[in-house]
Design a protein around this ligand. Structure first.
Ligand SMILES: *Cc1c(COP(=O)(O)O)cnc(C)c1O
Length: 411
């Protein structure tokens, strides 16, 4: 794997300035995030709304930094809902999730009243029954706006080889097309009068490049448009928007690569030309926030074991679980530190391949596997890149009781 990560000067400065006792630390590059998100927004046609999937990284500073570039936030639990509401008051929210509790329903419905929940993503027939019961008294603009989340069978090959498939195959997410028909039938009944169908939602896979994302979006939009003429009386015109989900690819093996937002935006514009009345929404998480996060640490040990080189760093996958969760090597840059204050020899690796492990007592605590480095010594610092999504917040922090990292912000 490549370790050629270019450290922005401000990140390098921070990584060098922090005392060793303040490591490991997270650093979020907010100007970098704002510029990236603005470029994404600029690449999208006007009729495409951009929501940020908060679960990728719900740090309040990130949520606020994204405020100008996004149209809203996608939340997947009552906890995220309350958190995002507090961090970015008044922002439009889409509320999804395959298993919503009665408590979440009560809280979210309460918030929907003061326009917090802009769209509700329905994942099952039973959920629709519960929503109908809870909103029976609502009328007019007070009704709950919802999208039906569908698990659509896609053309063979559309999802081949993608890292995480949430649809197009058996999953706990969303509605099969027959169940969706049942929802449409229910929605036309008087007891669903408090609900207003606005369209279709899908989030079928994660890790798709722009061409594959467009292929999936086209199938989804064509399928959704095909529903319109067959809607029960009373729901006419109800499919006015399609949320095609997130899952835009992030390539951890190539830190310089970016999802081709310009090609994707142009493709969505062509798609929208064919459907003049339609509004599209996307809800990426990883491809928005991954690049702004850095996990800074230092090398504690360098050693040779049965013919292979290992470096042990402060911290580990209990702070940055991304490489363990996905089975990849996290890209990093080495910041050499010349000072070595001890009288004994400095553990060092001349050059070659080294596995960067954390402090956990498990062989699974590997941040980068057999990575090529020019040189590495105890006391050198390491900045792991692409640590801004599914990093800290998916990690098992309590394991082994190390001090938790501080979070620093470049503003
Ligand atoms: C996780 C998730 C997203 C975001 O996925 P990314 O791969 O981070 O872009 C969007 N929508 C739903 C429903 C999700 O569960």
């Amino acid at each position: 794997m490549s370790t050629t990560v270019t450290l922005p000067a401000a990140v390098a400065a921070q990584a060098g300035e922090l005392p060793a006792t303040a490591l490991p630390a997270y650093l979020y590059d907010l100007p970098g995030l704002r510029a990236h998100a603005a470029a994404i927004r600029a690449a999208l046609p006007e009729r495409v709304e951009l929501y940020y999937a908060a679960k990728a990284n719900p740090d309040p500073a990130l949520l606020v930094a994204l405020r100008d570039a996004v149209d809203g936030y996608e939340v997947s639990s009552g906890g995220e809902l309350a958190h995002v509401r507090a961090a970015v008051p008044g922002a439009a929210l889409a509320f999804g999730g395959p298993g919503k509790t009665p408590e979440e329903l009560a809280v979210a419905l309460g918030q929907a009243l003061d326009t917090g929940v802009h769209r509700w993503h329905v994942e099952s027939v039973a959920e629709l029954h519960r929503l109908a019961e809870a909103t029976g008294h609502r009328t007019g603009a007070d009704r709950l706006d919802l999208l039906l989340r569908v698990n659509l069978p896609l053309d063979a090959g559309s999802l081949d080889g993608v890292p995480l498939a949430m649809g197009g195959r058996p999953t706990p997410f969303g509605l099969d097309p027959e169940q969706l028909q049942e929802c449409l039938r229910l929605l036309a009944e008087p007891r669903c009068a408090g609900l207003r169908l606005r369209g279709i939602h899908a989030h079928l896979a994660s890790g798709l490049d722009a061409a594959s994302q467009l292929a999936v979006a086209e199938q989804l939009v064509a399928w959704s448009a095909g529903l319109a003429p067959r809607l029960p009386a009373g729901l006419a015109g109800a499919i006015e928007e399609v949320n095609v989900g997130g899952g835009m690819a992030v390539d951890y093996a190539d830190p310089t690569a970016r999802f081709d937002w310009v090609a994707y935006g142009a493709g969505l514009a062509r798609l929208l030309e064919r459907y003049p009345g339609l509004r599209l929404r996307i809800e990426p998480g990883r491809a928005v926030s991954a690049y702004c996060g850095w996990y800074l640490t230092e090398v504690l040990e360098v050693k040779r074991s049965h013919g292979e080189e290992f470096a042990v760093v402060r911290g580990g996958t209990h702070h940055l679980r991304t490489p363990a969760a996905r089975g990849h090597s996290q890209p990093f840059a080495v910041l050499p530190v010349e000072a070595w204050p001890h009288p004994w020899p400095r553990p060092a690796l001349a050059s070659g391949l080294v596995t960067l492990a954390g402090q956990l007592c498990t062989p699974k605590d590997v941040l980068a596997h057999r990575a090529a480095v020019p040189a590495l010594r105890a006391g050198d610092r390491v900045a792991f890149a692409m640590a801004g999504a599914y990093a800290w917040n998916i990690s098992h922090h309590a394991f082994l009781m190390h001090p938790q990292p501080d979070f620093h912000l470049l503003r």
